[in-house]
Design a protein around this ligand. Structure first.
Ligand SMILES: N[C@@H](CCC(=O)N[C@@H](CS)C(=O)NCC(=O)O)C(=O)O
Length: 224
């Protein structure tokens, strides 16, 4: 069997995929792509992933891209890891994929609007500020819904953890590294602590921290 390889960057959304791999427990290799040094545009990486983003997962010689798709593949290929709920009802079980696509396709771009609004426009500073304000407003609306749901149960789907919990944590914690405040969301804050405490997350984090010294990635470990 060929080696599973994930292309990742510490703290990026690829940490959600790495956490899924840790939950599965099978060996995998990490190749760090230093997106802050533009390594995602190196021809060697573009040959693997023309989208110049992380994550990318090479599995059985094929490169998969898009977090939601990769996570859905991992869930299907490794049902014992319980990355998403499985009721046996096709309609109910599609909710997991729907939530992954919501994280990747709707929430992630809001985080990007907040953290890097200049990447959404070639216009003025005022336009950039408007893009950030718009992202803040939209994410606050989503967080109000997430907060309401997490106030009723420890995890997104109730009693049991799923990879959607880790993805939501990534969204909120990454926005909070910029100007987004989580002060008004006590249930999200408690949920974040639970997500981070999970052994799979801690193992993923240890690999990220190790990469800072072994791969010369210039990040403050306390930011991870
Ligand atoms: N739609 C992609 C987006 C992935 C993405 O934007 N990844 C970021 C890191 S969180 C990245 O690679 N950024 C590098 C860049 O934009 O140049 C997914 O959901 O997997």
């Amino acid at each position: 069997m060929t080696q599973t390889i994930i292309f990742s960057y510490p703290g990026a959304c690829s940490r959600v995929t790495m956490t899924a791999l840790e939950e599965i427990g099978a060996p995998y290799e990490v190749r760090w792509i230093d997106i802050m040094s533009q390594a995602q545009y190196a021809s060697e990486y573009l040959a693997k992933n023309r989208k110049s983003k992380v994550p990318a997962l090479v599995v059985e010689g094929t490169t998969l891209t898009e977090n939601a798709a990769i996570l859905n593949y991992l869930h299907t290929a490794h049902p014992q890891a319980k990355l998403l709920p499985q009721t046996g009802n096709a309609i109910e079980d599609t909710q997991g994929l729907s939530d992954l696509v919501w994280c990747g396709g709707m929430l992630h771009p809001m985080v990007r609007q907040i953290r890097a609004p200049q990447k959404w426009t070639k216009g003025s500073e005022a336009e950039t500020a408007g893009i950030r304000a718009d992202g803040m407003e939209k994410l606050a609306k989503e967080c109000a819904y997430i907060e309401q749901r997490l106030a009723q149960a420890p995890w997104w789907y109730g009693a049991d953890w799923s990879i959607v919990d880790t993805y939501l944590y990534w969204v909120v914690s990454t926005a909070a590294k910029s100007v987004f405040s989580t002060a008004d969301y006590p249930a999200i804050t408690a949920h974040s602590q639970q997500v981070r405490a999970r052994p799979s997350f801690q193992r993923m984090l240890a690999r990220e921290v190790a990469a800072l010294s072994s791969d010369g990635i210039a990040l403050d470990p306390t930011s991870l």
